[in-house]
Design a protein around this ligand. Structure first.
Ligand code: FMN
Ligand code: SF4
Length: 440
């Protein structure tokens, strides 16, 4: 019987099975069917199953995958008339820049061949002649991935492993498409990757979870995929559950699963929760009671005030100060920008500084008003969505934790425990010059 699982579970241990070898992968999932390639400026026949599946990208934006592939094919067809040989490129995004996310690492470690199947399926569908798997430098599974790639001698398209630096914005699609093999990988504005990406060629960038789903759609079809989950964004999805839960980790659930069930699968919350972070550091905070009753699907989580983003659900311990957490993350996010656009050069560092003062209970109402005014100014003004995501993280936090904000404006803090909860990677040398507090 076909399975909806990206991560088959070992019944003995209750953990995801180790399917790193091609033989174990083929035994678990069955063979990948022959993939008819695209021809004459049209997508390959698999596009119909992908459209029928209503698969949406799992890298954060939940954009319909079939539409994105069609855009790459159309762009390549238009370009070929002018410059023959400009065939598309596929980049599998396994960079997992969100520090609170663990789902892509789990896929790489357990089912690398399912990702590689998805790369082949994507390449056949858009007519790509080159494919890359991008993992950030220092990824523990690099040797295993190289072995997995070497095992696949009958693939249509050879996959090359690339290792850009482990920076938050290095995994944005235009940064990946234009990475020059050096220590910087910065977003490039202007043409989008589907128009001009790697080496000027139309480039399809997909998250590796999206591609792993594609590996299953190629086997079982689009209607099979859409049998489970939410009607608008069907299928299963990986959720990284962290914070104040008894068994944090990555689980796979059908989209539309109630948040309360997801938390129950992780052993339930382990004490009072102040609020939930949804979607990661480019995501949104939601009050506990608003999220608890919601279903984990893009539209429903949005209605509750959150975003699924890269599939992160983080329960914030009520004993910890949410403003300290927000200030730590805002400082990290300000330091991770590429420092190319006004909102990142001036806006984010200033907001992070003001938020740090607020967390220290050293702010006035005027300071708070300035944070809100600056947040409004950074939105929609960057070359990529990094400032928008960070502004949403901070803006929703100030609303959800308004009682704590009021306490801090009065010089206090309600936290009963000091300490940090959300993970912050070691901050590397920041390319951003701090601009002081005069950003308007
Ligand atoms: C600042 C920033 C960081 C991003 N980081 C990631 C990432 O780590 N992994 C990822 O898959 N997508 C990331 N994205 C989204 C990618 O740009 C791109 O939309 C995604 O890889 C497309 O895959 P999908 O359609 O399968 O979701 C990021 C976007 C932004 C703006
Ligand atoms: S908005 Fe920020 S991260 Fe995005 S391109 Fe501009 S400077 Fe770089």
């Amino acid at each position: 019987m076909s399975t909806h699982r990206l991560l088959p579970i070992d019944p003995q241990t209750g953990r995801a099975r180790d399917l790193r070898s091609l033989a174990s992968h083929a035994a678990a999932f069955g063979p990948l069917p022959i993939l008819p390639p695209s021809a004459d400026g049209h997508p390959g026949p698999l596009i119909e199953a992908i459209a029928e599946s209503r698969l949406c990208g799992r890298g954060g934006g939940w954009f319909p995958t079939a539409r994105k592939m069609q855009a790459v094919v159309d762009s390549a067809a238009g370009r070929r008339k002018r410059s023959p040989g400009s065939r598309p490129v596929v980049i599998a995004n396994a960079m997992e820049g969100e520090p609170a996310s663990g789902k892509d690492a789990v896929l790489l470690a357990h089912v690398p061949h399912l990702i590689l199947d998805g790369i082949q399926a994507a390449a056949a569908t858009v007519g790509a002649t080159d494919a890359y798997l991008a993992v950030h430098r220092g990824t523990p599974s690099i040797d295993d991935l190289e072995r997995a790639i070497a095992e696949r001698r009958s693939d249509l398209v050879r996959v090359e492993l690339i290792t850009p630096p482990a920076r938050y914005v290095a995994s944005e699609e235009s940064a990946l498409s234009h990475w020059a093999g050096d220590d910087t990988a910065t977003p490039v504005y202007g043409d989008r990757p589907f128009e001009r990406g790697m080496n000027g060629r139309p480039t399809l960038v997909q998250n590796v979870e999206t591609l792993a789903h594609l590996g299953l759609i190629a086997r079982h079809g689009g209607s099979w995929f859409a049998e489970v989950g939410d009607a608008q964004a069907p299928g299963t999805t990986l959720v990284t559950v962290g914070g104040r839960v008894r068994q944090p980790g990555v689980i796979e659930v059908p989209t539309g699963t109630p948040v309360s069930d997801i938390l129950a699968r992780c052993g339930g919350v382990d004490g009072p929760v102040e609020g939930f972070l949804t979607g990661g550091y480019g995501g949104a905070w939601v009050a506990s009671e608003a999220l608890w009753s919601a279903e984990w699907a893009p539209a429903q989580v949005r209605e509750a005030g959150g975003v699924i983003g890269a599939g992160i659900l983080w329960a914030l311990d009520a004993a910890i100060c949410p403003l300290h957490e927000m200030a730590r993350v805002a400082t990290y996010m300000a330091g991770e920008s590429a420092g190319q656009c006004g909102p990142c050069r001036f806006g984010l560092p200033s907001v992070a500084d003001d938020l740090t003062d607020l967390a220290r209970a050293a702010s006035t109402r005027e300071d708070l008003a300035r944070i809100n005014a600056r947040l409004a100014l950074v939105v929609n003004r960057g070359g990529c969505k990094h400032p928008d995501g960070t502004a949403r993280f901070i803006g929703t936090g100030l609303t959800v934790f308004s009682a704590e904000v009021a306490e801090h404006l009065g010089g206090g803090c309600s936290a009963s425990r000091s300490g940090a909860s959300l993970p912050i990677p070691k901050i590397r040398k920041t390319p951003v010059k701090r601009a002081g507090k005069d950003f308007r």
